[in-house]
Design a protein around this ligand. Structure first.
Ligand SMILES: [Fe+2]
Length: 417
C-alpha cells in the first residue's frame, strides 16, 4: 500500500484562513452552547457556593472561573463550524480540560449538594458539603489517573469464529480489526505507530478498519495515513465510514483513504478469492449520513439492500458496519459475520457483568452476539474519544481467525491465551 501524500483532501481553515461560508458546516450551535453554559455554569455555582469561603478571593474567584467557562466553548464552536483547525496545544490545554470539566463538574456539584443536604438537619450543611466535595474530587482524581493509564494500554484479543458457509480455502483466515482511531492533531504519533506495529505483527491475511478514522477534521486523514498507510495483508486493507468521518466531511476522508491505498467500501461489496473460492467483504454506510446536516449529499447513508445486492445468496459474507445498530438488518439478510465499532463500550465497562456505559444507550453495545447463523463482534475501539479515559475496556487490536464449522453451527468466542 502506498503512503501517498493526500493533495485532494480538504484543508479547512489551515493557518487561520477561514473557509468560505458555503463550505462551513451547518450546525445548530446556539442551543448546544446554551446547554453547555447552563451545564457548567450551574455546576460552578453549586461548587462555588460551598467552596468560596475557603478560596482566596472568595466568590470573586468563582466568578472568574464562571467567566472562563465560555472560552473553550467558543473554541469548540469554531471548530465544529469548520472556522478553525485547533492545534495540538489548543486541543490539550483548552479543549481537554473543557471535556474533563463537562464530565466531572456536574458530578462534583451533585455530591456537594448531597453532602450539604445530609448535614442540613444538623446545621452543618457547609461542613458536610465541603467534605463530600473533597472526597468526590479525590475519587475523581484517582479515576482520572487510572482512566488515563487505561487509555494508553493496547491489548490484542484473539477470537475464533466458526462459519458454516466458510469455504475450505478460507479456513484459518486471520482477520485483524482495528476501529475508532479518532485521529486528530492531539493524537500521539507513537501510539498510532504502536497500533500499526501490533496489527502487522498479528500476521493479518485481511485488515479491516471499522470507521471513525478521524476525530473532527478531514485533513487528519493525512495523520491516519502516515500511521496506517503502510499496513500490508494478502487480501488488502478495508475501511468504512464512521459517524465522525461523516461529521468531518466524508467525501474528503474517503478520497484521502483511497489515495493511500485503502479499499473503501460504502454500501458495496467485493469478493476476495482463494483457490477459486470466494468470501465477500461488504461495507455499509453510516446512519450519521442521513441525519447530520452536512451529511446529506455525501452518499454515505446506509443502504443494506444495495450493500448486498451483488452477492449470490449462497456465498459467505463478512460485513463491516461501523454502527452495530445495522446488524439486525444484515443478519436478517443472511450475512455470516458482521464487525462493528462505534460504542467504545462507553470507555467504562465491567466486562464480567457484560455491562458498559454504552449499555443504557444502545441495545447492541459490546462484545459478541449471535442471531441464528449470523454473528456480530462489536469492537471497543483502538484509541479513545473525547478524553483519554478508559476503565475496564482498553484500546484493542482484535484478531479473528475464521474457521469452517464442524457441526454446521455458527459461533464466535474469545480465545484466552
Ligand atoms: Fe468512535
Amino acid at each position: 500500500m502506498s503512503n501517498a501524500t493526500i493533495e485532494a483532501v480538504e484543508r479547512p481553515g489551515v493557518g487561520g484562513v477561514k473557509r468560505p461560508a458555503a463550505a462551513r458546516r451547518s450546525f445548530p450551535l446556539w442551543p448546544i452552547l446554551a446547554f453547555i453554559a447552563v451545564w457548567l455554569g450551574g455546576s460552578w455555582l453549586v461548587v462555588g457556593g460551598w467552596l468560596s469561603p475557603l478560596l482566596p478571593g472568595g466568590w470573586g474567584t468563582v466568578v472568574i472561573a464562571l467567566a472562563a467557562t465560555p472560552i473553550p466553548v467558543w473554541t469548540l464552536a469554531r471548530g465544529i463550524r469548520g472556522d478553525s483547525y485547533p492545534t495540538a496545544t489548543t486541543r490539550l490545554l483548552i479543549l481537554r480540560p473543557f471535556w474533563f470539566a463537562m464530565l466531572f463538574m456536574p458530578m462534583l456539584a451533585i455530591v456537594t449538594l448531597a453532602g450539604g443536604l445530609a448535614g442540613l438537619p444538623f446545621g452543618a450543611a457547609g461542613v458536610t458539603g465541603r467534605w463530600t466535595l473533597g472526597a468526590g474530587a479525590t475519587l475523581i482524581g484517582i479515576a482520572a489517573v487510572v482512566g488515563y493509564v487505561g487509555s494508553r494500554r493496547l491489548v490484542v484479543k484473539q477470537f475464533e469464529v466458526r462459519m458454516p458457509r466458510l469455504p475450505p480455502a478460507f479456513d484459518g483466515l486471520r482477520v485483524v480489526q482495528i476501529s475508532d482511531l479518532h485521529v486528530g492533531p492531539h493524537t500521539p504519533r507513537r501510539f498510532l505507530a504502536r497500533v500499526a506495529e501490533t496489527v502487522q505483527k498479528s500476521n493479518p491475511d485481511l485488515i479491516v478498519i471499522t470507521g471513525d478514522q478521524v476525530d473532527d477534521f478531514a485533513r487528519d486523514v493525512e495523520l491516519f495515513n502516515d500511521a496506517f498507510g503502510t499496513l500490508e495483508a494478502a487480501h488488502g486493507t478495508f475501511a468504512i465510514a464512521g459517524n465522525h468521518d461523516v461529521y468531518a466531511g466524508w467525501n474528503a476522508v474517503r478520497d484521502g483513504l483511497s489515495a493511500a491505498g485503502f479499499e473503501v467500501l460504502v454500501n458495496e461489496a467485493v469478493a476476495i478469492e482463494r483457490r477459486g473460492q470466494r468470501l465477500w467483504i461488504a461495507g455499509t454506510g453510516d446512519p450519521a449520513g442521513k441525519g447530520w446536516p452536512g451529511g446529506s449529499g455525501q452518499g454515505v447513508a446506509p443502504d443494506v439492500d444495495r450493500t448486498l445486492a451483488g452477492i449470490p445468496r449462497d456465498e459467505p459474507v463478512l460485513a463491516l458496519a461501523h454502527n452495530p445498530v445495522l446488524w439486525p438488518a444484515l443478519a436478517s439478510r443472511g450475512v455470516d459475520l458482521t464487525l462493528s465499532g462505534h460504542t467504545h463500550y462507553g470507555q467504562f465497562a465491567i466486562p464480567s457483568r457484560g455491562w458498559s456505559m454504552a449499555s443504557p444507550f444502545q441495545k447492541l453495545a459490546m462484545g459478541t452476539h449471535r442471531e441464528g447463523q449470523s454473528l456480530l463482534y462489536i469492537h471497543p475501539g483502538s484509541n479513545y474519544w473525547g478524553i483519554p479515559f478508559r476503565i475496564g475496556t482498553p484500546p484493542e487490536v482484535a484478531v479473528l481467525t475464521l474457521r469452517a464449522s464442524d457441526d454446521g453451527d455458527a459461533w464466535i468466542s474469545e480465545v484466552k491465551t
